[in-house]
Design a protein. Sequence first.
Length: 225
Amino acid sequence: MWRMVESITSQRFHEFPGVDGWRVISTGAATYFPTGSFAKGVELVTRIGELADAANHHPDVDLRYPGVQVRLQTHEVKEQGWMLSERDAALAAQITDAAHALGIEPDPSRVQALQIAIDALDIAKLRPFWAVVLGYELVGDEDVTDPAAFGPNVWFQQMDAPRPQRNRIHVDLYVPADVAPQRVEAALAAGGSVVRDNGPNWWTLADPEGNEVDVAPWPDGFSGW
């Protein structure tokens, strides 16, 4: 049974105490904990599991040798997509405290989410192909998503007319707002160019051969997807 949970905006999430080390991006509220060892990462994941079970609210956790990435979302109200709620903020603060007790501090500058965007004249015709070839699922009217949440989301953007002289596939990169300008500057220093400057909302960059990437922070007023 779905329980009614009130959504909160990205800005409201960041105003909660104890979540300074977290950032809201396109995949939810997330942070990265540099543990320095696999054993320390296992300790942290074990503690996160205990907190999650106690709260009956379960994050996505990615354990690797050098660190642990944690992502929080609320799904109770939306059968498709996600939203932010006070439950996410409360659990984020508890996870931060648990990490601090283990001598681990969050590094939100490592947080990012990758999405592949495909410009399409007929979205309904293209989506089934990409879903089956990637082993993904159809979600909503514009996306195909990895059911295991390992691969990047694929989003289809409606085209009004063919564009034979321009790429039809580009990468969307969502990063924290305090990271985006530095990431853009680094890309330009590495040989990139600005195709469209809509900063601070997003920047469309191109590599030296014209392949494009949109670099964007997550809007403060957005509460989910």
